[in-house]
Design a protein around this ligand. Structure first.
Ligand code: FES
Length: 82
């Protein structure tokens, strides 16, 4: 996947207290270092599913780098028209 294909995608990473404890800051840093548009979000009232990440309008519960990468791949495929 080309990073440029998904540069416009916003990855909002909850930095509420529970998500922070479940590694949200590390996830945010990882994707920011790839040059992606990462923003810090507040608690989404979904703390039982921490860490919570929104990729554009889609929420990823119990987010992992792999889950986020998979969503980014889906977006890249949708944008390519395949
Ligand atoms: S702390 Fe992240 S959803 Fe509440």
């Amino acid at each position: 996947m080309e990073t440029s294909e998904i540069k416009e995608t916003t990855i909002q990473v909850c930095h509420g207290p529970v998500c922070r404890d479940f590694g949200a800051p590390q996830l945010a840093k990882k994707f920011a270092e790839k040059g992606l548009n990462v923003v810090v979000g507040g608690c989404q009232s979904q703390c039982g599913y921490a860490p919570c990440v929104h990729v554009d309008d889609n929420m990823i519960n119990e987010a992992t780098a792999e889950k986020i990468d998979a969503r980014l791949e889906d977006i890249a495929l949708q944008n390519s028209g395949l």
